[in-house]
Design a protein around this ligand. Structure first.
Ligand SMILES: [Zn+2]
Ligand SMILES: [Zn+2]
Length: 663
């Protein structure tokens, strides 16, 4: 049900639909007390807002500010929900974060309303209404039966989902689930002891405490082989064994129970196969609700409702209409935003697995190469398109489809790394290893050489990656050569390959040395790249709040920006176009002097006005710090703008070509 305040929106909907107006605005509840009272009385929208406020730790002492100030309503442009309207309820909240102090901002709850056609015009049958309430737990028989339904649909009807890298590959070890007198156990088996069969994998957060008793170690190996009662496993593993059994699967693979954790050789050998383990699995189960404490796959639903219906007389003929109401970003909130999907390792597990069931806090979500669905939307017409496109595209690209364009696969490397570097890693040394499964898949299809996280065929342009604000810093210990994105912490952006009109760098040699010979795409212990490039000196110095810089006789002063990016000179305010020095770590700004190795120049597209072809030219280069023995280290990237090609060529002509080595 909806309260009278929430229902009032439908007095305005006819205006929106018939007058073709873009959006309408009006007030919602005028006090916290009234909002909470509506939520307690069962209003779906008010209870979602109250849940949102509670989850975000907003300060609640703001009685002077109405809890929700504006209805903002417009037509939906969602492909899956073309007839829907979007409703945003926005408010000024204050987020209390002890480390930063109060942080005020506008936060909005977004809802989607879709008109339910009462009768199917083709056969006059009643509209099918979706479930609004669920059984107590996501471990219920009904949820398992829905997962079985998705599995059947996917394995029988989805061609793309059934492409497998190898026909009968199995991991070195698997856990076999057995039952005796109603008691489930798991036994660790070597591949040689098993007949080929489908197996289930797990994506989970490792947690921080009490992990010793569940790991496979040289000491516990024997007891794992003899069999361990499922009831003694930690909750997430216990639930996985239980779920595998109920789905009719007998084999499962869990990293910390199938790789000997205190055997370095075993870890090196098996971690190099991780991509294959997921790519050849039958089903991946993601412990989305479990958070970081291994608290189990199945969540209690606590009567929380994923959607609601209400009836109203809204049109000019006074007919009663039925609307379904749901939050617009169910997938984002419950799947993308979950702790497990912030883990770097999980990205390749998600991309390589043919099909995944996310066991979230309110329901099961399905994700395969063909369908993304949930228990409420079992056929896949979820409202939040943007989040759905996130991984769907990448999953299809990296599956073993012979028809996919290999160039697309490699060109999407920048998009993939952007997502990857957003995620967290427990061990920095895993930065290349946790991506090696995907890199290996790309190599199998493109045969391009892979050098410390970059594809040799995309060089030198891909050397121009840059770090995002706030400026990250390099690790204290060696992870990768300075020209590789893997050498820095934090979010990475790649430059697009388009419109390059002049290259100033030639790659003479590029080599890396591997930490583990079994993993060609994993950790490196060294790497060098030799370039023939136009090199010039670069000076910048802090003068109070100004930064001076000079590239071959050109000196300009500009304000210092935080986070390691320096806007050097403002070319125009709209579109904002500035010369920039982006350092790989804020500490490099203190050097005040370095070298620039030019990489390329390209026309600066004017994205806002179609009739203007270019907006000058930009020159892109690497900022290098000189080390002994004619070697250099990358410390950032520079982007410089020129109005004419002649002006640009004048600068380039003063920078002689040299052969240099960057480590
Ligand atoms: Zn309400
Ligand atoms: Zn499928």
């Amino acid at each position: 049900m909806l309260c009278h305040v929430c229902e009032a929106i439908f007095s305005k909907v006819p205006d929106l639909l018939e007058l073709n107006s873009k959006y309408i605005e009006f007030d919602h509840h005028s006090s916290h007390a009234s909002l909470h009272s509506s939520a307690t009385n069962g209003c779906y929208i008010c209870s979602k807002i109250v849940e949102f406020i509670a989850a975000k730790d907003f300060r609640t002492d703001l009685h002077s500010v109405p809890p929700v100030t504006i209805w903002h309503v417009d037509r939906s442009h969602r492909k899956a929900w073309p007839t829907a309207i979007n409703v945003w309820l926005s408010n000024h909240y204050i987020l209390d974060r002890p480390q930063y102090g109060p942080d005020a901002g506008i936060y909005a709850n977004e809802f989607c309303f879709r008109h339910v056609v009462p009768h199917d015009p083709s056969d006059g049958s009643e509209a099918r209404l979706r479930p609004t309430a669920f059984w107590d737990s996501t471990g219920s028989a009904e949820t398992i039966s829905q997962i079985v339904g998705w599995l059947e649909r996917c394995t029988v009807h989805h061609d793309l989902c059934n492409l497998r890298p190898e026909t009968a590959w199995m991991p070195s070890r698997l856990l076999e689930v057995t039952e005796e007198s109603g008691i489930l156990s798991v036994h660790l088996r070597d591949r040689s002891q098993l007949q080929f069969g489908p197996y289930i994998t797990l994506s989970h957060c490792w947690g921080t405490t009490g992990t010793q008793n569940l790991q496979l170690t040289t000491k516990s190996l024997k007891s794992f082989q003899d069999g361990v009662a499922v009831s003694t496993l930690r909750p997430t593993f216990r639930d996985l064994a239980n779920m595998a059994w109920r789905l009719g699967l007998r084999l499962m693979w869990v990293d910390c129970m199938c790789i000997v954790q205190d055997d370095d050789q075993d870890w090196k050998r098996e971690s190099a196969l991780m991509g294959k383990v997921y790519a050849n699995s039958w089903l991946n189960v993601s412990a989305t609700a479990a958070g970081i404490d291994c608290s189990g796959l199945f969540a209690s639903r606590n009567g929380s409702r994923p959607m609601d219906y209400f009836h109203t007389q809204y049109d000019k003929y006074g007919e009663t209409a039925t609307w379904e109401v749901t939050t617009s970003e169910i997938w984002f909130d419950e799947v993308e935003d979950a702790a497990v999907n912030q883990r770097a390792w999980v990205l390749q597990e998600r991309i390589l697995s043919p099909r995944i069931v996310h066991m979230s806090k309110s329901m099961a979500f399905w994700e395969c190469r063909t369908l993304q669905a949930s228990e409420v939307f079992p056929d896949g017409d979820l409202p939040d398109e943007e989040s759905l496109n996130n991984y769907g595209q990448l999953k299809r690209l990296y599956c073993q489809s012979r028809s996919a364009d290999v160039y697309d696969v490699r060109d999407n490397w920048g998009l993939l790394l952007f997502r990857y570097t957003m995620c967290g890693l427990t061990f920095e040394t895993d930065r290349l290893i946790a991506l090696s499964g995907i890199a290996s898949e790309i190599y199998n299809r493109t045969r391009c050489d892979y050098v410390a996280g970059l594809w040799s065929s995309q060089l030198p342009v891909d050397l121009l990656w840059r770090v995002d604000n706030p400026g990250p810093t390099r690790s204290e210990f060696y992870i990768a050569p300075s020209w590789s994105w893997a050498s820095v912490k934090g979010l990475i952006w790649f430059s697009r390959q388009v419109n390059v009109c002049g290259l100033y760098t030639q790659i003479l040699r590029c080599e890396t040395s591997l930490a583990n010979a079994a993993d060609k795409y994993g950790q490196v212990t060294g790497g060098e790249i030799e370039l023939r490039a136009s090199i010039g000196s670069l000076d910048w110095s802090g003068v109070q709040d100004k930064i001076m810089y000079k590239v071959e006789n050109l000196t300009i002063s500009v304000p210092d920006e935080s986070g390691g990016t320096y806007r050097i000179r403002e070319i125009s305010s709209f579109p904002v176009m500035t010369d920039t020095l982006t350092f790989d770590g804020t500490e490099y700004a203190e050097l005040h002097t370095a070298y620039v190795a030019l990489v390329l120049h390209k026309p600066e597209d004017h994205r806002f006005y179609r009739d203007v072809e270019t907006y000058g030219y930009s020159l892109k280069g690497l900022i290098l710090n000189r080390l002994p023995c004619k070697r250099y280290m990358r410390i950032g990237v520079a982007g410089l703008h020129y109005d004419t090609e002649q002006e640009l060529e004048d600068v380039v002509s003063k920078m002689p070509k040299q052969d240099i080595t960057i480590i």
